[in-house]
Design a protein around this ligand. Structure first.
Ligand SMILES: *Cc1c(COP(=O)(O)O)cnc(C)c1O
Length: 430
């Protein structure tokens, strides 16, 4: 499989190189030259396959022969080494819990895959790789956890000062070893912009930089796995499946749409956002008009200008009519999100997190307008404990802190404050 840059000014490349580079030289995102198709027999027998074999077959055509089969299988197994429960909330709505991994958010899947893959690629190299990553909250912790102690790889995390939750901050500022956190005086989009600028900066060409954001194909594509896992689990319901994806940078939902393009029988996708609603507005007006980031209680979705939207446009050939057939978008305020947290709790005693609650709202709004034979799944993208303040206050209870988090919380935060790109550059040059 070859990867093209969506800016169309770079040569195509293979998976390993796309992973090592993160972003193409022309600053474009990599996208596979063709979308592989899975045969009907794959879906007919999917419930009899084990999850690792299934995931291997999904990712294999994207990787090609770039690493040995056994190694790829080992990486897939280690990536998916936790549960993905589906919790029924109503007759036709369920939550798909993606937060059972080590850092309690769905980003563990992509981060673990990428860390193991890159660690393997670089194991015999003398040159160290620096992974540069911007986080709105959860990516930093997942990437730090995935890459901790990986030989030959240093990780530099940029996060917006004062705009991540206490637990998120601890997860990304306490690992130590090969992980460094830079506390940026700005918002997430500033962090993301600095990362993109660093990739372009010829003065940094001696530093081997790559990205661990969902712009990196090794972080983005493994996210297809959960849509296949959910389909496999729900197939026997014989309903048309709809997925509502709480979206920020749109990597997760874009991976789901890729799965659908490979043949996965998904009826419809819903992009559920907070008030950072560039994509729902695009679907309404036909104009993509990103606005500055607004801070919300679902902070991992506080993204004004989602990077992966260009990939979604590519999938639908820039045809908004086609896109709207597959994808709807809804936006919700913090007040509506809090109400939804309460509603879900009252329905089933289920404690969602603010991102999952936004997903639930999008699903409800969509299903209300549709036929009866649909079954909706919203992705529960983070454990509610990661957003302790809003969840506890809204539901008037105390979410229990899992044992594995307590150790992280007891550690001392270590970060390097930076103000602008020149300070990032100076840090990387050293
Ligand atoms: C990152 C994140 C999102 C948004 O995912 P994207 O792939 O960036 O759209 C949603 N919820 C949580 C909890 C996250 O950490």
């Amino acid at each position: 499989m070859k990867y093209l840059s969506l800016n169309q000014n770079s040569k195509s490349t293979l998976f390993n190189n796309a992973v090592k580079q993160g972003l193409a030289r022309d600053r474009g995102l990599y996208f596979p030259e063709t979308i592989p198709q899975l045969p009907k027999s794959f879906f007919d027998g999917i419930e009899k396959m084990n999850i690792n074999d299934m995931a291997y077959r999904v990712i294999k055509p994207y990787v090609g022969n770039q690493i040995l089969k056994d190694k790829l299988m080992e990486i897939v197994k280690e990536t998916l080494d936790f549960e993905f429960p589906i919790i029924e909330i109503t007759d036709n709505i369920a939550a798909l819990e993606l937060f059972q991994g080590p850092t309690l958010a769905f980003k563990d899947v992509g981060a673990r895959f990428m860390a193991r893959y890159l660690g393997h690629l670089n194991q015999d190299s003398k040159d160290e790789i620096t992974v540069l990553v911007a986080t709105s909250g959860d990516t930093g912790g997942a990437v730090a956890n995935g890459f901790l102690g990986v030989k030959g790889v240093n990780v530099v995390i940029l996060y917006p000062k004062g705009k991540v939750s206490e637990i998120q901050e601890k997860q990304l500022t306490t690992p130590g070893q090969n992980i460094t956190s830079l506390e940026v005086d700005g918002v997430f989009d500033d962090c993301q912009e600095m990362v993109k600028t660093a990739f372009l900066d010829s003065a940094l060409s001696s530093v081997n930089l790559t990205s661990a954001n969902s712009i990196n194909v090794a972080r983005w594509l493994p996210q297809m796995f959960y849509f296949f896992i959910a389909y496999r689990a729900l197939k026997s319901k014989n309903k048309r499946l709809v997925f509502s994806v709480p979206s920020g940078n749109f990597g997760n939902i874009c991976a789901g749409i890729m799965g659908q393009q490979m043949g996965l029988p998904i009826d419809h996708f819903i992009a559920s956002t907070n008030v950072n609603d560039a994509v729902p507005r695009y679907l309404e007006t036909g104009t993509y008009d990103p606005l500055p980031t607004i801070q919300t209680i679902s902070n991992a979705m506080d993204v004004g200008d989602p990077s992966n939207f260009v990939r979604i446009q590519k999938i639908f050939n820039h045809d908004i009519v086609k896109m709207k057939k597959a994808l709807s978008g809804y936006r919700f305020t913090d007040q509506e999100t809090r109400k939804a947290l309460k509603e879900i709790y009252d329905l089933k005693g289920y404690i969602a997190d603010p991102h999952g609650a936004v997903g639930y709202l999008g699903l409800k709004e969509y299903l209300a307008k549709q036929g009866k034979d649909q079954y909706g799944v919203f992705l529960e993208t983070a454990h509610p404990v990661k957003f302790l303040d809003s969840v506890n206050k809204t539901l008037k209870l105390e979410v229990e802190i899992p044992e594995r988090l307590k150790e992280t919380l007891s550690k001392q935060k270590v970060s390097v404050p930076i103000k602008d790109y020149s300070e990032l550059k100076a840090y990387l040059m050293n």
